[in-house]
Design a binder for this molecule. Structure first.
Ligand SMILES: C[S@@+](CC[C@H](N)C(=O)[O-])C[C@H]1O[C@@H](n2cnc3c(N)ncnc32)[C@H](O)[C@@H]1O
Length: 258
């Protein structure tokens, strides 16, 4: 039984990798058709196009799965001036509580999500409260121009983004600084499994997964969150009991020490 569960748990990531390889091939052909061989000089554009196609076309499935988890209530708790890291296609936009939101700044370095997010923001009539910036959380110059400065955010939201950023430690330190004293870091992430067998499977899959899905399977996200700065409630991080999952979730609402 355990062997069957283990095999099932690695089948899904392999299917996702295969799907993404096909989308990368399609994006590569499209770029070659439109821009000729010069498109090969910019592989990141091909990668952005492929991963955004994957996350946009599977958006409904991700939303439906997250509806069975704590994600809706986590996003609903975001309030005030909010920084949403890596919104991707905007799967969380409908989960914010508009009565609690002053403004949402969403930052994502992949520029291919703009149209999808704009459509969702319009449908929810949130145009006056939502702004997408095509940059990463590391791009402090762009953030400062928008007034996203140290101690300015009531909430920073991160739903499956710390797996995708370049360096979690420095991103988390930046996030901690951006929060107001007493501000909240709300997150739902996945990390390296505590089960040694599953951690081995994650290590084996990680290079293909990170190449084609754009995120890492085996980070110690909890340690980097806790090391970012002082939190009022560091013990409030929760972890799902998923010994065979390659994407075991951790989540929490941490309050920056005032
Ligand atoms: C798995 S997707 C998560 C999408 C979304 N948060 C959701 O709930 O469905 C990860 C996102 O993080 C974005 N990302 C990667 N590096 C980033 C960075 N340095 N700063 C902000 N977002 C980043 C990616 O472009 C991608 O859209």
């Amino acid at each position: 039984m355990a062997l069957k569960d283990r095999l099932n748990a690695i089948t899904r990531p392999i299917q996702m990798i295969w799907l993404s390889i096909q989308l990368h091939y399609n994006a590569f052909k499209e770029a070659l058709r439109n821009e000729g061989v010069s498109s090969l000089m910019n592989p990141q554009r091909i990668r952005d196009a492929a991963t955004s196609t994957l996350f946009i076309t599977h958006s409904h499935g991700f939303i439906a799965y997250e509806n069975t988890t704590v994600v809706p209530s986590l996003v609903h708790a975001a309030h005030g001036k909010i920084l949403e890291l890596g919104p991707g296609p905007g799967n969380q936009i409908h989960r914010f509580d508009p009565s609690q939101v002053d403004f949402i700044y969403a930052i994502d370095p992949n520029p291919c999500y703009g149209d999808e997010i704009a459509a969702r923001v319009k449908k929810l009539d949130l145009q006056d409260k939502y702004k997408l910036l095509a940059c990463g959380v590391e791009d402090s110059d762009i953030l400062i121009q928008e007034g996203i400065t140290e101690g300015s955010m009531d909430t920073v939201l991160s739903i499956q983004v710390l797996c995708a950023v370049g360096d979690v430690k420095s991103v988390m330190k930046a996030v901690w600084k951006l929060l107001k004293p007493g501000g909240y870091f709300i997150f739902w992430e996945h990390e390296r499994n505590k089960d040694a067998g599953t951690a081995l499977a994650q290590a084996c899959l990680n290079s293909a997964w990170s190449t084609f899905l754009g995120c890492s399977l085996n980070r110690d996200i909890k340690a980097d969150i806790l090391a970012a700065g002082e939190w009022e409630n560091p013990g409030d991080i929760e972890m799902a009991e998923e010994p065979y999952s390659c994407l075991p979730r951790i989540w929490g609402v941490l309050k920056k020490k005032a």
